[in-house]
Each structure stands twice: as structure tokens, then as C-alpha cells.
Design a protein around this ligand. Structure first.
Ligand SMILES: [Zn+2]
Length: 234
């Protein structure tokens, strides 16, 4: 039997069983065990792990744990994905809509099962957002995040902070319903589809080329801007 000692950063303690949240955690194990395996056996998905220090030296998740190792698990981004595109599981529909409002590429399809979701994430090198830790622990998932909040706006705030999105927010750019990029459209071309007040007060319109939803900078955009300001402030 071998023994290793783990110290987790505060923000990772949400994943640990309650009795283990204070101080050092002693783990006994047999044979060759990677850090990934031991950390996940405590409930923390590898996608949540930032820097790993073993006896004060930086190591990777694949490192084979040695008897007596002192392991510090931090949450700072180990390597950020270059391209921030997301896949959300079937329970995070509101978060998907909010992220699209902010201009981010988000795939969301309630009909995909876990295996299909994981394959999609790996194939397109996207970031998986899910509250399902088991799914995040799959080896093919390179980037992911587990929103702690149950409230969609709280989840949005967490994701913006975790992936440092504030500076990349581009509202009025992407279809909230189907994720396509919007295109400018002349008012004349869609005139008969507009409500009288919209027709009277707005001139700048965009359209989704896929589902033909029309967007304009109306009161919903103001509400959205308020929400964005709130999220960025937090
Ligand atoms: Zn659309």
C-alpha cells in the first residue's frame, strides 16, 4: 500500500465529500495510479484542475503517484482552450441562450446522450459545460466546467469568470434559438413580418439565415445589456 497527501484549493472543495473539506486528505492506494485517477476518486473532475504541484514541483495529471507524495491541487487555468466554443448538456438550456446572447458559439441539443455529447466535445475541441461530474471525468473531455450555481444567471457569471470572457462579449451577433451568426437585413425585405411599433421605431435589423428569426436593438437588448453589465461587474 502507498499513501499520498492531497491539499485542495478552496474552490475545488465543493466537489469533495463534506468530511474531507478541511485540511489535508490522506489517500491510500495500490499499484500504479495517476494523479487524474486519485483526484477523480475524491470527486473532483480533471477538467476543474489547474496547476498541480507534487512535492512543490509542477506535474501533469498523468503523473504516477509515489508513496509519500504531497500533492497540491489548484484551480488556476492549466491551459485555456484557444478557441472558446462550448457544448452544453441538456439541463443548461437557459445558460446556452444567455451565452449565445453574449455572442458565444454554443451547441445545445437535448436529444444527445452522454456518449454523443462527449464525442462531439472531443471532435470539435469544444468546452463542455455540465453539472454532471461523471461526464467531466471522461478522458476524452479535455476542457470543461461544472457550474456550481443552479441559477442560470449565476451560472453565466461563473462561466464568464472561469474563461475570462468579459472582453470577448459581442451581443447582437448570434441567433439565440439556433446558434447561427446573424446577418444584416434591410427593413424593406422583412417589413411585412414586423409589428407596427417595431416598424415605426426601429431601422437596424438582423436575421438568422437558418431559422429566419429577426433581431433588432429593442428593449430586450437593453435588458440584456443590463444583465451583461451585472455579470461583468460580479
Ligand atoms: Zn436561428
Amino acid at each position: 500500500m502507498s499513501t499520498a497527501y492531497f491539499y485542495f484549493t478552496e474552490t475545488l472543495k465543493d466537489f469533495l465529500p463534506r468530511p474531507l473539506r478541511n485540511g489535508r486528505i490522506t489517500v491510500t492506494f495500490k499499484g500504479r495510479q495517476s494523479l487524474k485517477h486519485l483526484i477523480e476518486s475524491l470527486g473532483v473532475p480533471h477538467t476543474e484542475v489547474g496547476e498541480l504541484l507534487v512535492n512543490a514541483e509542477v506535474r501533469e495529471l498523468e503523473y504516477i503517484t509515489q508513496d509519500g507524495d504531497q500533492i497540491e491541487v489548484r484551480t488556476e487555468a492549466r491551459h485555456q482552450p484557444v478557441d472558446l466554443r462550448f457544448v452544453l448538456d441538456g439541463h443548461l438550456g437557459r445558460l446556452a441562450a444567455y451565452l449565445r446572447m453574449l455572442g458565444f458559439d454554443c451547441l445545445y441539443n437535448r436529444h444527445l446522450d452522454d456518449q454523443e455529447l462527449a464525442e462531439l466535445v472531443a471532435r470539435e475541441k469544444r468546452v463542455l459545460l455540465t453539472r454532471d461530474r461523471r461526464l467531466l471525468m471522461r478522458k476524452i473531455i479535455q476542457y470543461g466546467y461544472c457550474p456550481r450555481s443552479l441559477d442560470p444567471q449565476g451560472q453565466l457569471t461563473e462561466v464568464v469568470r472561469r474563461f475570462d470572457l468579459a472582453a470577448r462579449i459581442t451581443p447582437f451577433r448570434r441567433c439565440i434559438r439556433c446558434n447561427h451568426l446573424l446577418e444584416p437585413v434591410s427593413k424593406e425585405a422583412i417589413l411585412e413580418r414586423l409589428e407596427p411599433l417595431t416598424r415605426k421605431y426601429f431601422d437596424d435589423f438582423r436575421i438568422c439565415p437558418a431559422c429566419l428569426q429577426i433581431y433588432w436593438k429593442g428593449s430586450h437588448l437593453e435588458r440584456m445589456q443590463k444583465m451583461i453589465d451585472q455579470v461583468v461587474k460580479e
